[in-house]
Design a protein around this ligand. Structure first.
Ligand code: DLZ
Length: 163
């Protein structure tokens, strides 16, 4: 069980792969920092809870979600990680910016996953308002950062079993 929001984002630690030899990158968007820091804390604490050494977690910030794929690419190419978690939040505004940023980050992460043998995990909230984002970054709907960390460990385990 994660130390962050443990009552809401459930995973069965006993059925999880041993992550003590795994190495992760986390790329964090600075846009809507209140939300992305909550997601980061959930992801980081979950990785550590699953046995990842703090020294084996590399964090880099990027200005906004649109830059997440490029930030992830830099980590994949320079930091010898087994997976990257991309953390951001895009909140619906009055213009079409929301659609373009959502499309750009989603398609960018799809392309990374086609190109690199280490997976990039999608931890980008796409919400109508800040309340929905708060609810999913440590609030009443749990913490999607926890879920992203669980997905990352499972995907690295799959990669290692198929290597
Ligand atoms: C410009 C912009 C807007 C309007 N909204 C968001 C958002 O809700 N979430 C987010 O992560 N980033 C937003 N950005 C910034 C873009 O992601 C990007 O950083 C800039 O367009 C510069 O490329």
């Amino acid at each position: 069980m994660a130390t962050a929001n443990k009552n809401l984002s459930n995973y069965d630690k006993n059925t999880m792969p041993n992550a003590s030899q795994m190495r992760f990158g986390i790329v964090v968007s600075e846009w809507n920092e209140e939300i992305t820091e909550g997601l980061y804390n959930g992801a980081y604490e979950t990785l550590v809870d699953l046995g990842v050494l703090p020294d084996n977690i590399v964090r880099e910030n990027v200005p906004g979600s649109f830059e997440l794929p490029f930030g992830a690419k830099l980590i994949l190419e320079n930091d010898k990680v087994d997976a990257v978690i991309a953390i951001g939040v895009v909140i619906q505004g009055e213009t079409k910016h929301f659609d373009f940023v959502c499309h750009g980050v989603t398609q960018g992460i799809v392309e990374l996953n086609h190109h690199y043998s280490a997976p990039t995990i999608f931890c980008v909230l796409t919400d109508m308002n800040i309340e929905q984002s708060r609810a999913r970054s440590g609030g009443e709907h749990g913490n999607k950062g926890v879920e992203a960390a669980v997905a990352a460990v499972k995907m690295v385990d799959l990669c290692k079993r198929k290597a």
